[in-house]
Design a protein around this ligand. Structure first.
Ligand SMILES: [Zn+2]
Ligand SMILES: [Zn+2]
Length: 52
């Protein structure tokens, strides 16, 4: 695979993160390393699991 930066599905910025839930790329701004979710998925569920 060529080293092409995926684009954040929210803002379109180059991203190196991938959301665990939806599998779509997310940039630093729209990715939460603590949960591994993009802000889209993170904001979708009201029931947020607390990090241990
Ligand atoms: Zn973004
Ligand atoms: Zn997501």
């Amino acid at each position: 695979m060529p080293d092409v930066a995926a684009l954040c599905h929210i803002c379109g910025m180059p991203s190196k993160h991938t959301c665990k839930m939806c599998g779509r790329p997310a940039c630093d701004m729209h990715y939460d390393p603590a949960s591994g979710l993009c802000s889209s998925c993170k904001g979708r569920g009201r029931t947020m699991k607390r990090q241990v």
